[in-house]
Design a protein around this ligand. Structure first.
Ligand code: MG
Length: 260
């Protein structure tokens, strides 16, 4: 259960609609610092309690995932973004360029289809696809099951492509060691301000599709400023997975994490 958006927890459908009632009774008020009306969904204590229980249970499983991965010096990354920011394209290129130097396994998260898993397999790496059905994020239990199937070797890299969504994946620790959020230059450069939880929860922001900058209204400096406003420690990379710009910096981070 995810109280933030009211999405269903695929492992416990009994909680899926607990917050629907509250969503229908949002209330409007004015913020002191501007004149725009804001509508906030009111949460009952029951909804908050359910969310706390779900997140606490998830945190426990995530810690077990992390301990298992750490024991074999396996480094897991969690890649998050809105749909269409280029996660799969970056992963395809990464696998093709790095697989001879570094063992890589991929866990794909999507609501439906095996399309991304097929792309990864074609790129030449072991892959497990998770379909979340109505769920809009991966959770630690799904990743524990996927790790069981993937069986990554010691001192390898596991990259988890989360479901395309800038909201709920920020709440769910999967047991990863690094979190990256992708923003493509075809999106708004104010994404960090609109989805601050995601940018606060990430170690790295990757600006993708920078080959398209001449054709879009995206202010890179402004996006960087907004990102650092919400998370001053956020590392930022700019790259184009199709043209190749900036990939060396990305690869050196991936390799350094595994050999550290
Ligand atoms: Mg994808």
């Amino acid at each position: 259960m995810c109280a933030t958006c009211g999405c269903g927890d695929t492992t416990d459908h009994g909680h899926a609609h607990a917050s629907d009632h509250d969503h229908e009774h949002g209330h409007a008020h004015h913020h002191a610092h501007d004149d725009l009306p804001h509508v906030h969904a009111r949460q009952t204590s029951r909804t908050v309690k359910l969310e706390q229980d779900v997140l606490a249970k998830n945190a426990g499983v995530a810690e077990r995932n992390r301990a298992r991965l750490d024991a074999e010096a396996i480094v897991a990354w969690n890649l998050m973004s809105s749909p269409g920011a280029g996660k799969t394209t970056l992963l395809e290129r990464t696998v093709r360029d790095l697989r001879s130097r570094l063992p890589i396994g991929v866990i794909e998260g999507d609501q439906a289809t095996f399309r991304d898993a097929e792309r990864m397999r074609a790129a030449g790496c072991p892959v497990v696809q998770i379909n979340t059905g109505s769920g809009c994020h991966l959770d630690a239990t799904m990743v524990a099951d996927a790790l069981q199937q993937l069986a990554p070797p010691a001192r390898s890299l596991v990259i988890i492509e989360n479901v395309g969504n800038l909201v709920c994946p920020a709440l769910f620790d999967l047991g990863e060691r690094r979190r990256a959020v992708l923003v493509s230059v075809t999106e708004g450069d104010d994404k960090p301000l609109k989805y601050p939880h995601m940018f606060r929860a990430s170690d790295l922001m990757i600006l993708t599709k920078i080959d398209l900058l001449p054709h879009v209204q995206f202010d890179v400096a402004r996006c960087r400023e907004y990102a650092w406003r919400v998370n001053p420690d956020l590392e930022i990379l700019e790259l184009s997975a199709t043209r190749g710009d900036g990939l060396d910096a990305w690869y050196s981070r991936l390799r350094a994490a595994v050999t550290a």
